[in-house]
Design a protein around this ligand. Structure first.
Ligand code: CMP
Length: 138
């Protein structure tokens, strides 16, 4: 199993002032931050990043949401990173997320769900290199 995953703290969680609390949960769970930036996605960035969802009915809403304000993008390192991070953030729909998970604590809705976590080692590598050059990973 891979040792890296990619995450974003999404615009809703940034707007609601949760960057610090979310980073605290992430580091307390044993993830090491190996790359991080505060940035805002362009329309073009968001459409490319979420291309896999382009045929979904919520694609327009997703792109609009992800571009409406700044995000925190990061690459995280830990044994079994993808699976352990998905457990830490909880289900996509915060109404179904387990107690204590980041989405249960900080997400608003299925669309505005506070954080992203890669769903496979392959996607973690693709998503990490979408946002970071090699020299930005420490
Ligand atoms: P994430 O898993 O990070 O990446 C895909 C995103 O699409 C997901 O988070 C949600 O933010 C969004 N999404 C998934 N399902 C829905 C839905 N039914 N309605 C609106 N947004 C959704």
């Amino acid at each position: 199993t891979g040792n890296r995953t990619f995450t974003m703290i999404k615009p809703d969680a940034v707007e609601n002032g949760h960057i610090g609390a979310i980073l605290e949960k992430i580091t307390a769970a044993g993830f090491k931050i190996v790359a991080m930036k505060y940035t805002q996605l362009s329309l073009r960035d968001a459409k490319a990043f979420y291309a896999v969802h382009s045929e979904r009915p919520f694609f327009g809403e997703l792109v609009e949401f992800m571009t409406r304000g700044p995000i925190v993008a990061a690459i995280l390192e830990k044994d079994n990173a993808v699976e352990d991070f998905r457990a830490l953030i909880g289900a996509t729909n915060p109404a179904e997320a387990a107690e204590g998970t980041i989405r249960k604590l900080f997400a608003t809705s299925i669309g505005e769900n506070a954080v992203h976590g890669s769903d496979s080692d392959e996607n973690a590598a693709i998503e990490g290199s979408f946002h970071f050059a090699g020299r930005e990973v420490y």
